[in-house]
Design a protein around this ligand. Sequence first.
Ligand code: NCD
Length: 430
Amino acid sequence: MSRILVRGGRVLDPSTDRDELADVLLESGRVVSVGPDLRVDDVEVIEAAGCWVVPGFIDLHSHLREPGQEYKEDIATGGRAAVAGGFTAVACMANTQPVNDDPATTDFIIDRARQDSPARVYPVAAATKGLEGRVMTEMAALVDAGAVAFSDDGKTIMDSGVMRHVLEYSRLVDAPVITHAEDRTLVADGVMNEGAVSTRLGLPGNPGIAEDVLVARDLMLAEFTEAHLHVAHVSTRGAVELIRRARDRGVHVTAEVAPHHLTLTDESVTGYDTHAKVAPPLRSEADRDACRAGLVDGTLDAIATDHAPHAQHEKEVDFVEAPPGMIGFETAAAVTLELVRSGDLTPLEWIRRLSTNPARILGRPGGSLGEGKTADVTIVDPERAWVYDPAKGCSKSRNSPWAGKSLTGRVVATLVEGRRVYDVERGPLT
Ligand code: NCD
């Protein structure tokens, strides 16, 4: 029976508020014990001195592109990129081809993940057939097949009546509805944030109010239906404020923010860099600061990557024509550690937003290093400096605004169910 001792790291476990130097013993896929100087014979040792030993990150938002767009990514490469970034589990959105709006597709994704992906994969099923915003999917059958949540991500459900019914039915299957909140009529032909920068660059703007309006509507519908609404990729000050107030009144809302919305602004679009094109768009400094404040005060529960791979030829076009999206698994930890270095988040609170809170939102295992819990573990060296080269990464795609940038903080090892699946020196081990 394989046993692993992760020795001498700083163990950070938000589920028990533990923050201390300790060893972690894993056996048969479980955490067996955590404590200083564990004495164990006949065990494989992973030295973690100088590193943080944390419950595996869980990503609420990614695009794995399989089935249908395997030239961008597939479940095998996406799963490897996930564990290289410290994610032991990832939720994948339904905008595949075919759309994951049918139990057979959900089944296929789960099957494929079981065979090919070192990370756990949680399919998010479409809320409406074909992501068309008209006819609801068969939620009960999709949940039976293994769907963990419902979302038309990439598209907004513009019909409020449909959204109401989606929320009502989601209660019956006890799964959250994840909203991609951008009012299409306000987005119009916008391709970047509307503001001084879009004016300067002469690009059509997508105003923050497009997000605010839809978040306000969905919060009202969630309050009315008493369903669990999860707001994807929050990017505006207005949305943060609306969610904060709704939470205060007891609405069942959770929310996520992406690393890019916490750290970049629309200034990154200067030079018409298509790697800075994403939906929702990179916003103003005030919006970015509000997202940071929202993450710090808990209004935004989780950091989620919105890993959205696109092929090089698709991004090497005019800014207006390029598809929105950036890859994010392998840079998420380093990029968001900036909030720890700035003193905005303690290491423990950072992990809570990458692991414990996402586990709670999805109602899945993980997010804890408590004894008896599943042995999904990530080891992070918070000081390790490196230069990110997507060509050397695990994703099939390279569309990252951090390509070629110097970063600090790196995942050095990842374990899923007690098995080592990634090591920074050797790469993915599956
Ligand atoms: C997403 C994708 O590429 O699937 N892109 C993105 O910029 N977030 C879908 C989307 O939300 O447009």
